[in-house]
Design a protein around this ligand. Structure first.
Ligand code: C2E
Ligand code: CA
Ligand code: CA
Length: 682
C-alpha cells in the first residue's frame, strides 16, 4: 500500500477540518482590520463633531460648574444669581440624584447609568480624571471626554466673556436657523468632590453640511461593512469551491471516474468507527475481475477500462447509502457491505456475481470475491462498543487473503476469511524472512528417494528432495515452503543449492568407490524461463566435479506451457552438456502429449495420481500401459511415481516400466542411509 498509516491519518485529519480554517482566519483578520478602521474613523469623526460643535458649549457649562464648585453655595447664595445671569438652563443634584437647585427647564429623563463612547485614539491626560457626562436630552446618554488642549483654568471674567460670546453665538445662530438644527444636550460635571453634579444645558447646532457629513460617514461605514462582507463571502465561496474540487480529485478514480481507494478507506473508517447494533455486521470485500488481463490482451486496454467502469457501475447499483464500493487498482474492487446473517450476504454476493458475469454477452467472465467480516468490539456485558482504531488496509488485506485462496480461474467464487489464513500469512512472512539465512547456514538438507527396476529390484536412479531442518521451526517438508519461494521468485537460489549439494554428494560417493546412479534434481518451472539456465547448471555441477551423466533435471509438466521456445532451447543445451532431462508429473493437470512431441526428453515420470485409484481399474491400466508404450516409442525411459502396492509394481513390471519410485521400495531418506543402499546393490 502506498501510504503509511501515519501519513494517511494526517491527510484525513486535514480533510476532516474541511479546509475552512483559511477562510475563518481570513474573516477574523478582516473583522479586526475593519473594526480598527471603523473605530479609528469613528473616533476621529466623533472628536471632530464634538470639537467643532461642543467645545464652546462644554466650556460654557464647565465654567459655570467650576464657578459653582469654587463657591460655598450653601452660604453664598450669590453664586446662583451669577449663574442665573447667564440665562442658561441648568440644575444641580446631590449624590442621590435629588435636585438641590435648578434654573430653567429640566429636560433630563434619567440619570441612572451612562454609556461610554470610546474615543480611544486620542490622549486625554489633560482632563484630570474629571468625569464628564453628556446627556443627549433624555434620548441618548454617554460620557464626553474633552480634548486635552482645553484649558479649564479660566477665571470668572473670562467666563462672563464666554457667556456673552455664547449669547452672541446664539444670536448669530438665529440668523442661520433655516440651515441648521439645534440639538439640546445636557452636560454633566461632577462638583463638590463628586458629592454633587452640575448639569448645564448646551445647544449643538448642526448645519446641512454637518448632516451631509454624518450621512456620508454612515454611508461610508455601511459601504465598508458591505465590502468586507462581500470580500469574506467571495473568499469563502472560492475556498469552498477549491476544497470541493480538491476533494473530488483526491477521491475519484482515474479509470472508473467514480470513487477510489482513498475515498473507500476514508468513508469506510468513518462507518466502522460508529457504534452499531448487535445485529448489524459489516464485511469488507475484495472483488477481482479474474480474466481482466486476458481481456485487455485480446481486446485493448481502453476496452478493458470500459469493462472496469461497467463493473464499478453494477457494484454501485447494488449498494445502499450506508455501504461503499470503489475501484482499488488494476482489476480489484473494494466493497463494504452491511448484513445481518452470512447466508443472506452469500446470496447477495452470488446475485452480484451473476449480474457481473452477464456484463458482456460475448464473453464468460469470472469474478473472485474474498470476504472479511469486520470485528465488532463488545464490552464486558456483551454490548457493542465504538471501535477506536480502524485500519481499512488491514481489513481489506484480510479480504484479499481470503480471495487469494480461490484458484479456479474458470469459475467465479466466494471465499470467507478465517483465522487459519492469518496463520498461513504469518508462516509466509517467516519463510520470506528466514530463507536466505537458512541457505547460508545450510539448514536445507537433501533427502534421496531411490528408483528401482521393478523386474530386478535393482537400484537404477534416485530423486533428490529438499527438506528444511530449521532450528526455529523444526523439520519442514518442501510443500510448506517451496510454493512460497516459487511464488516470490526466490526459487533459483534453492535450485542452485540443490544442484550443488547433489553434485557434491555424487562426487563424494564416486570418490568413495560407490556405484552411483543418476540423481534427479527438481528445477522449478519458475526458474526455467532463464535463458542461461543450462549454463548455470553446468557451472554448478562442474564446480563440484560431478560427471554430467549422473545428474538429471526434472521439469514439471506445466512448465512446458510457459515459454516453449526457451524451454526447448534449454533442454537441448542440457542434453548437449550430457545431462538427462525428465518430465515430472506427467499426466497431472493439462495434457502434455504435444510437449512430448517437441521436447527431446530422456525420462517420463508418470504422476503418482495414476496409482492412487482402484488397482483393478481397467481404464487406468490402459492409460498407464499406453503411456509407457508411448514413452518407449519416443525412446524415453519411464519412472512410475508414488507406487505403494505390490500389485502395482507387478503390473508396471509387466508393462515394461523402467523404474519405480515410491513408498513400496523406499521413502525419501537422508544421504547416508541412501549411500548404504548403493553399497548393498553393488
Ligand atoms: P515431486 O517432485 O513430485 O516429488 C515426489 C513427491 O512424492 C515427494 O514429496 C515424495 O516424498 C512423494 N512420494 C514419493 N513416493 C511416494 C509414495 O509412494 N506415496 C506418497 N504418498 N508420496 C510419495 P516431497 O518430498 O514432499 O516433495 C514434494 C514436492 O516438492 C516435489 O514433488 C517437488 O515438486 C517439490 N520439491 C521437492 N524438493 C524440491 C527441490 O529441491 N526443488 C524444487 N524446486 N522442488 C522440490
Ligand atoms: Ca520431482
Ligand atoms: Ca513428481
Amino acid at each position: 500500500m502506498a501510504y503509511s498509516k501515519k501519513h494517511k491519518d494526517r491527510k484525513f485529519r486535514k480533510l476532516r477540518k474541511n479546509h475552512v480554517w483559511g477562510t475563518i482566519v481570513f474573516c477574523i483578520i478582516m473583522a479586526i482590520v475593519s473594526d480598527v478602521f471603523i473605530s479609528v474613523f469613528a473616533s476621529f469623526f466623533i472628536t471632530y463633531i464634538f470639537d467643532s460643535k461642543a467645545a464652546d458649549e462644554y466650556e460654557a457649562v464647565s465654567y459655570m460648574a467650576r464657578m459653582y464648585d469654587m463657591s460655598d453655595a450653601e452660604k453664598d447664595g450669590n453664586v446662583y444669581s451669577m449663574l442665573n445671569e447667564d440665562g442658561r438652563t441648568y440644575f444641580i443634584t446631590d449624590d442621590d440624584g435629588n435636585i438641590i437647585y435648578q434654573n430653567g427647564e429640566n429636560t433630563i429623563g434619567t440619570t441612572n447609568g451612562f454609556l461610554e463612547i470610546s474615543v480611544f485614539s486620542r490622549n486625554y491626560r489633560g482632563v484630570d480624571q474629571e468625569k464628564v457626562r453628556v446627556y443627549m436630552d433624555n434620548l441618548t446618554e454617554g460620557i464626553f471626554v474633552p480634548d486635552e488642549q482645553e484649558n479649564l483654568e479660566i477665571d470668572f471674567p473670562s467666563l462672563l466673556r464666554l457667556i456673552r460670546f455664547i449669547d452672541n453665538k446664539n444670536n448669530l445662530d438665529q440668523t442661520v436657523k433655516k440651515t441648521s438644527v439645534e440639538i439640546p444636550v445636557w452636560i454633566a460635571i461632577n462638583v463638590k468632590d463628586g458629592k454633587q453634579t452640575f448639569f448645564g444645558k448646551a445647544g449643538f447646532s448642526f448645519s446641512l453640511y454637518d448632516v451631509l457629513l454624518i450621512m456620508g460617514f454612515i454611508a461610508a461605514g455601511i459601504a465598508l461593512v458591505v465590502i468586507i462582507i462581500l470580500l469574506m463571502l467571495v473568499s469563502m465561496i472560492s475556498s469552498l469551491r477549491g476544497q470541493k474540487r480538491m476533494v473530488t480529485a483526491l477521491f475519484s478514480d482515474p479509470i472508473t471516474r467514480a470513487h477510489n481507494w482513498l475515498w473507500f478507506t476514508y468513508k469506510g473508517e468513518q462507518i466502522l468507527k460508529k457504534k452499531r447494533s448487535l445485529k448489524t455486521e459489516y464485511a469488507v470485500i475484495d472483488l477481482v475481475f479474474v480474466k481482466y488481463r486476458n481481456y485487455c490482451v485480446c481486446h485493448s486496454v481502453s476496452e478493458g477500462s470500459e469493462m472496469l467502469c461497467r463493473v464499478d457501475k453494477i457494484l454501485r447499483n447494488n449498494i445502499d447509502n450506508k455501504e461503499l464500493a470503489a475501484h482499488y487498482a488494476s482489476a480489484n474492487f473494494a466493497l463494504l457491505l452491511k448484513f445481518s446473517d452470512r447466508e443472506e450476504l452469500q446470496k447477495r454476493l452470488e446475485k452480484i456475481i451473476s449480474q457481473l458475469e452477464q456484463i458482456d454477452s460475448d464473453h464468460k467472465f469470472t469474478f473472485h470475491l474474498g470476504v472479511y467480516v469486520v470485528d465488532k468490539p463488545k464490552d464486558k456485558n456483551g454490548k457493542t462498543v465504538k471501535r477506536k482504531d480502524v485500519d481499512m488496509e488491514i481489513e481489506y488485506n484480510n479480504a484479499c487473503t481470503a480471495r487469494s485462496t480461490l484458484v479456479d480461474n474458470d469459475n467465479s467464487g466466494i471465499a470467507f476469511f478465517d483465522e487459519e489464513l492469518i496463520e498461513e500469512q504469518k508462516w509466509i512472512d517467516k519463510v520470506m524472512e528466514n530463507y536466505s539465512k537458512a541457505i547460508e547456514n545450510e539448514e536445507f538438507i537433501v533427502y534421496y528417494q531411490p528408483k528401482y527396476d521393478p523386474k530386478t529390484d535393482e537400484l537404477r536412479g534416485v530423486e533428490a528432495l529438499i527438506r528444511w531442518d530449521s532450528p526455529e521451526f523444526g523439520f519442514k517438508s518442501p510443500g510448506t515452503f517451496i510454493p512460497i519461494l516459487e511464488k516470490n521468485g526466490l526459487i533459483p537460489e534453492i535450485d542452485h543449492y540443490m544442484i550443488t549439494h547433489v553434485s557434491r554428494d555424487q562426487k563424494a560417493w564416486l570418490d568413495a568407490g560407490l556405484k552411483c546412479v543418476p540423481a534427479s534434481v527438481n528445477v522449478s518451472r519458475a526458474h526455467f524461463i532463464e535463458k542461461d539456465l543450462a549454463l548455470q547448471i553446468r557451472e554448478a555441477v562442474d564446480d563440484e566435479g560431478a560427471p554430467h551423466e549422473l545428474i538429471e533435471i526434472e521439469v514439471t509438466e506445466s512448465a512446458f506451457f510457459d515459454d516453449k521456445k526457451v524451454m526447448i532451447d534449454t533442454i537441448r543445451q542440457l542434453k548437449e552438456f550430457g545431462f538427462q532431462v525428465s518430465m515430472d508429473d506427467f499426466g497431472s493437470g493439462y495434457s502434455s502429449l504435444n510437449s512430448l512431441k517437441d521436447m527431446p526428453l530422456d525420462v517420463l515420470k508418470l504422476d503418482a495420481e495414476f496409482f492412487r485409484g482402484d488397482l483393478n481399474d481397467d481404464r487406468g491400466e490402459i492409460v498407464v500401459s499406453e503411456a509407457i508404450k508411448l514413452a518407449k516409442n519416443l525412446k524415453m525411459l519411464t519412472v512410475a511415481e508414488g507406487v505403494e502396492e505390490k500389485e502395482q509394481v507387478e503390473f508396471l513390471a509387466k508393462q515394461g516400466c523402467d523404474m519405480i519410485q515410491g513408498y513400496f521400495y523406499a521413502r525419501p531418506m537422508p544421504k547416508d542411509e541412501f549411500a548404504q543402499r548403493m553399497t548393498k546393490t553393488e
